[in-house]
Design a protein around this ligand. Sequence first.
Ligand SMILES: [Zn+2]
Length: 259
Amino acid sequence: MYWFIFCDNRLLLEKKEKGGYTIPFGKHPPVPLSANPLTVPDTGDMVCQTGTADVSAEETDRYILVALRASWDMLEPRFYLIAGKASQLLYWERHSRFCTACGTATESSPLPVMRFCPSCRHELYPFISIAILALVRKGDEEILLVRARNFKGAFHGLVAGFLEIGETLEECVAREVKEETGLDVCNITYFGNQSWPFPSGLMVGFTADYAGGEIKLQEDELTDGAFYNRGNLPPLPLKSSLARQMIDGWLTHPSSLSK
Ligand SMILES: [Zn+2]
């Protein structure tokens, strides 16, 4: 079985003999675990276990620890996706120990990803935070890129924000763009979505067209925001992100994204 082991939010990878990295495989966990491992559900014909390493886990000649985001460049895509799922499973386990209705300690259930309250029978399932991404075009030549205060590094990305209760995804796009930049948008169109295990979310991408207004940044969220053309793009998000896939899609096929 494959072992998706995390230590201090970093994923344990095994060095391959001929170079590169992979997920450790074997009957037993590659390092001591701090608790019983969990089975990652729905991983096809692969058996995948996940757990948190004992605090003593450290890098050796055989193993390294890398941030989950960084592992995208180092692992086969199927392993990266399962690592994201494993990370969310562990996060949910850590944050569902007590009933959210009455505070009683929860118990595990025969279902792989459910816990329940023995006192009030409330059932707890993983919570997934839904966030939108908005690629806003101005004509055929420009897109809106912003720099959020919480971005690590110098890159600029797309307007993003969490879905609020009672809101459709399209309403969320229009509200977030307006709140963060002061702009109105139209032609809001679904692009794609991506599981976002940082720590447990789903990114849903939309394209839209500029419909009016002057840029006025929400300064507690953004440090920069402007329309950029293909010739003056700032540093862009990592290639693993949906935001980057949307920007790259616009760069290579601008017409396929419009209308
Ligand atoms: Zn309860």
